[in-house]
Design a protein around this ligand. Structure first.
Ligand code: NA7
Length: 317
């Protein structure tokens, strides 16, 4: 049955993940690490920090998500300020700019814990203005700031195979070495100007969104003209379009399994943000604008929390 295919895929992912993680030799920094946000991305990232021997203090808005990590050896902070006060470097990876601002500027937020020498790394993907506001606020209190959004979704986060794009404080980037080794397959330092890493991440995800939207439309058209989606999916996986995204998302559409690896609402956020970026330099983005409309429709249909592959539902209506 179809369930078996998915189970095998998951087993494959798990096996691959153990091998990749054990293949790494990370010497953990003795610095105390804080991590705010245990969503799909944060969960994998924190597990890899713990596995590689880092001392990690976690906090999440919904506190129950901390339990599993405390069992795995993490300490638990009571609020963002508490985490920042008890740690040397604090990472944040949360949904969007509202989440980033709440955690930063809210009551007992990050800013309440920042003093001279404290280090803060923003790994969420948000608009440049928010990143700049966060950077300014941290630095005004004598802290160091690095932005480090990541490319990769649930499985790369679990496998420690993310691409980490960073810009900001160079010394802080160097101090993050063992953490980035644990979480990623490669980390890039793109310069000291805040915003550079975010811009690259948004363009990366613009291309991703265009591809997934196109796959959704293609699968919808294939179904309408009577093509067997299983055959089509196999053809895609063996042709020149074969890549992790096409393979995984075509399987998800084929099996009607939309558990989030990359939540659709985050993909739509990234498209919305990249359209603003294009606007700022008068760069036309015809495809991204069209893809954004399709993802917006999927959100309205209730697929915001589902996987990005659910864009098929909007294309297939
Ligand atoms: P998820 O799995 O949707 O997780 C979102 C996280 O953000 C989760 O920890 C949420 O806490 C947290 N969140 C959302 N809103 C808030 C507010 N207002 N205050 C505090 N915390 C909040 O996202 P991913 O892990 O897939 O993605 C994270 C980022 O990486 C995102 O920018 C992507 O585009 C890339 P909760 O558990 O709901 O209490």
């Amino acid at each position: 049955g179809l369930g078996d295919v998915s189970t095998k895929l998951e087993e494959y992912d798990e096996a691959e993940s153990e091998e990749k993680i054990s293949g790494k030799t990370v010497i953990p920094t003795p610095l105390r690490i804080g991590f705010l946000g245990l969503g799909i991305m944060g969960q994998g990232m924190v597990m890899n920090l713990l596995r590689s021997g880092h001392e990690v203090t976690v906090w999440n808005r919904t506190a129950t998500k901390c339990r599993e990590f405390v069992k795995a050896g993490a300490l638990k902070g009571n609020n963002p300020a508490d985490v920042v006060q008890s740690c040397d470097i604090t990472f944040t990876c949360v949904a969007d700019s509202t989440a980033v601002r709440d955690i930063m500027f809210g009551n007992m937020g990050v800013l309440d814990g920042i003093s001279k020498g404290k280090c803060y790394v923003e790994m969420s993907t948000v608009d440049e203005e928010t990143v700049q506001d966060v950077a300014d606020a941290i630095m005004a209190r004598g802290g160091a700031f690095l932005e480090a959004p990541v490319c990769g979704s649930r499985v790369p986060a679990l496998e420690g195979q993310l691409l980490i794009l960073s810009s900001g404080d160079r010394k802080l980037f160097d101090d993050c070495y063992s953490c980035f080794e644990a979480m990623g397959k490669k980390s890039f330092y793109l310069g000291n100007e805040v915003g550079t890493a975010t811009r690259m991440k948004l363009i990366h995800n613009m291309i991703l969104g265009n591809i997934v939207a196109s796959l959704g439309e293609g699968m919808a058209l294939a179904e309408k003209v009577g093509i067997d989606l299983e055959d089509f999916s196999e053809v895609l996986s063996l042709g020149s379009l074969a890549c992790r995204t096409i393979n995984h998302k075509s399987q998800a559409i084929l099996n009607g399994r939309y558990e989030a690896h990359f939540p659709l609402q985050h993909q739509q956020k990234d498209l919305r943000l990249v359209l603003g970026l294009g606007d700022s330099v008068e760069q036309p983005l015809h495809l991204a604008a069209a893809a954004n409309e399709l993802f917006k429709k999927a959100r309205r249909m209730g697929y915001g929390d589902a996987d990005v592959a659910a864009v098929f539902k909007a294309a297939n209506e």
